[in-house]
Design a binder for this molecule. Structure first.
Ligand code: ADP
Length: 290
């Protein structure tokens, strides 16, 4: 197995330490993310998901424990945190609120410009990043970001992070607030990035998106990792999930409902799997009738 890209060991984080408002947000998280993985982080509100991912690129400093990026301790005295920030691209919730330049091109160029790269390299990176999010540079490059649809604006913000050429993208609720079409387009782009080898960490409230995209799901609860496994392993723990307010993906609920009504349908986590399982069951039932 390859070495982990991100490794947290005994990671703790307490906000406002030593004040009456002190809050322990992370309580001993040990977790490794390997190159090429797609990991969904799920859990109820306040379970520590946002706090955790802000440790992945050194935005937050652990109160205790350590974070290593590609083997390097992020908080060692001579650690290169700038490099880590470039390697681990963090996309916040509603990242389009941070767009501010007059044109799409200038906005996407902002990060690479700060790296001090030559103008031609910046221009090439901007075009490449826009293509990666499905926006034609010729059509969109000179437009104001504020004339775009919500989904397009979000993809511009994502392009701004991709232009830094990260090896891992960490996305906090990437589809929140988008209409169904905007969601679908963005999910397709995210899946395409994975197919090209990008490591992805995805914080999501949507069990459907976790089931659709992730090869592994980490469930956070009260600042700890409660479950960590494949989607099938994690969603098999329905009672544990329900106890912390999490439901199964819609497709899983549908096949269970059908089974409850006597249809011999197998398990499914995504709509495509549910369709196959239902078709197989219907065919089987048809054969049984002859
Ligand atoms: P999640 O992303 O799962 O909703 P968070 O990481 O945002 O969880 O929050 C974990 C805990 O830390 C919560 O109890 C929250 O109230 C607290 N918290 C988060 N951010 C801050 C902050 N900036 N100051 C103080 N407490 C915070």
């Amino acid at each position: 197995m390859s070495d982990p890209l991100i490794a947290c060991r005994g990671l703790c984080h307490t906000y406002l330490r030593g004040t009456p408002m002190e809050a322990m947000a992370l309580d001993g998280v040990t977790l490794e993310i390997r190159p090429g993985e797609v990991v969904a982080i799920i859990g109820p509100t306040g379970s520590g998901k946002s706090t955790l991912i802000q440790h992945f690129n050194g935005l937050l400093r652990p109160t205790a424990g350590e974070v290593r990026i590609a083997g390097e301790d992020l908080w060692a005295p001579r650690a290169d945190r700038r490099r880590a920030r470039q390697q681990i691209g963090l996309v916040f919730q509603f990242p389009e609120y941070q767009l501010f330049e007059e044109t799409v091109r200038k906005d996407v160029a902002f990060g690479p410009k700060n790296l001090g790269l030559p103008a031609e390299t910046i221009a090439a990176r901007v075009d490449e990043a826009l293509r990666q999010v499905g926006l034609d540079p010729g059509r969109f490059g000179d437009r104001s970001p504020f004339t775009l649809s919500g989904g397009e604006m979000r993809r511009v913000a994502l392009a701004g992070v991709l232009a830094m050429r990260p090896s891992c993208l960490v996305l906090d609720e990437p589809t929140a607030g988008l209409d169904p079409r905007g969601k679908e387009e963005l999910l397709e782009r995210i899946a395409a990035l994975h197919r090209k080898g990008m490591t992805l960490v995805l914080v999501t409230h949507s069990m459907d998106e976790a089931a659709l995209l992730a090869g592994r799901i980490v469930v956070m609860q009260a600042g700890r990792v409660m479950l960590d496994g494949s989607p099938h392993e994690v969603f098999a723990r329905e009672d544990d999930l329900r106890r912390i307010g999490l439901a199964l993906p819609q497709a899983a609920r549908l096949v269970r409902l059908l089974r409850g009504r006597g249809m011999p349908v197998g398990d499914a986590l995504t709509i495509v799997e549910a369709r196959q399982a239902i078709l197989a069951a219907v065919r089987g039932m048809g054969r049984g009738a002859h």
